[in-house]
Design a protein around this ligand. Structure first.
Ligand code: APR
Length: 248
């Protein structure tokens, strides 16, 4: 892929962009070997029932099942490395902020790979699987003693520890959500990458950016490549398209 692969109006919009906001989903980490959620065969929700594993009710019903499932996922995450898509976003941030531009990276991913790649302004909308928090007192911990108890218990109140991720039916962290809306409302260029756009409120962010007059680019495997400025869609893998786009 090279500059000729892209609509010249998109390249012009990217070059002149001064306030960039990016929304990422599981598709960005797929090339790092982390399964997405809704891919027909390999997606987590094709293999497991979300209501048995990713809700507060499921945790109350069977805390060990939920803890073990997230421990299995965490194992996969800590062994994964950022891919070319993550690294291209680090480069885009550097380019945009080298002048007086602003850049915000809003992610639904809980894998921490954007920060691991070197992204500086990451807004984690759905939490981070590398942290835990107490189900009772809410105390967040980066480290916890692996004990025979699964889940282990909170050092403060003795409550059960759970992954610090947002489960279905739970509120998003208010500060992250406010920052995401602010970035989408103020940007002149919005990139939506590797998300099915099925989960709110994240799914509404590209529309908010469009309403504020931003150019919106979607990179995904379930869109057809088309240009209808200010909207641009590119069918392709994030790890292929992003490096070429950022170089262009
Ligand atoms: N490059 C670009 N897009 C990709 C790639 C890739 N290499 N691989 C898959 N995709 C696309 C898929 O076509 C799909 O549209 O990424 C999207 C992944 O969608 P989902 O699996 O639904 O993941 P996501 O949108 O991040 O889910 C949102 O749902 O389950 C909850 O909390 C969870 O944060 C998650 C939220």
């Amino acid at each position: 892929m090279d500059i000729s692969s892209f609509d010249p109006r998109l390249i012009a919009a990217l070059r002149s962009a001064n306030r960039v906001a990016v929304l990422t989903g599981a598709g960005v980490s797929a090339e790092s070997g982390i399964p997405t959620f809704r891919d027909a065969q390999t997606g987590l929700w094709a293999q497991f029932r979300a209501e048995d594993l990713a809700t507060p009710e499921a945790f109350r019903r069977n805390p060990r099942l939920v803890w073990d499932w997230y421990a299995m996922r965490r194992e996969g995450v800590v062994q994964a490395a950022p891919n070319a898509g993550h690294l291209a976003l680090v480069e885009l941030e550097r380019q945009v902020t080298s002048g007086d531009g602003t850049f915000a990276l809003i992610t639904q991913n809980v894998d921490g790979l954007h920060a691991a790649a070197g992204s500086r302004t990451v807004i984690e909308l759905h939490g981070n699987i590398r942290r835990v928090k107490c189900f009772d007192c809410g105390r967040i911990a980066q480290r916890w003693e692996p004990t025979s108890d699964r889940p282990p218990r909170c050092a403060d109140c003795g409550g059960l520890l759970r992954p610090d991720v947002v489960w279905f039916g739970e509120r998003l962290p208010a500060d992250a959500l406010d920052a995401a809306w602010a970035a989408a409302g103020a940007c002149d260029m919005f990139l939506s990458i590797g998300t099915s756009g099925l989960v709110e409120p994240a799914a509404s962010l590209p529309r908010a950016a469009l309403r504020h007059g931003a150019t919106v680019l979607t990179i995904n495997l379930d869109v057809e490549t088309r240009a209808a400025p200010p909207r641009f869609d590119i069918h392709g893998k994030a790890g292929m398209v992003l490096p070429a786009l950022v170089t262009a």
